[in-house]
Write a new protein. Structure first.
Length: 79
């Protein structure tokens, strides 16, 4: 199983910070997460960046047991 970690609005939409999910690719993992967490989570994903083990990843990126997939929504801020 891979560990899906969610930050900011993704965490709020999911109601938790992480979950273990089964899937062979990032796309499969995110599809399972969307089914579980609903439309608000899906909407956050549309503008988020996905990383696997610290490297930017796409839907077709392979996932292995123990991998960490991070959902990083856009960050805004400043002075």
């Amino acid at each position: 199983m891979a560990i899906l970690k969610m930050f900011g609005p993704a965490r709020e939409a999911a109601g938790r910070g992480s979950i273990e999910l089964i899937g062979a690719t990032v796309g499969e993992i995110l599809s399972v997460a969307c089914d579980q967490f609903g439309e608000q989570f899906r909407a956050v994903l549309s503008s988020s960046t996905i990383w696997v083990n610290g490297e930017r990843a796409g839907d077709d990126s392979r996932v292995h047991d123990g991998d960490e997939i991070a959902v990083l929504p856009p960050v805004s801020g400043g002075l």
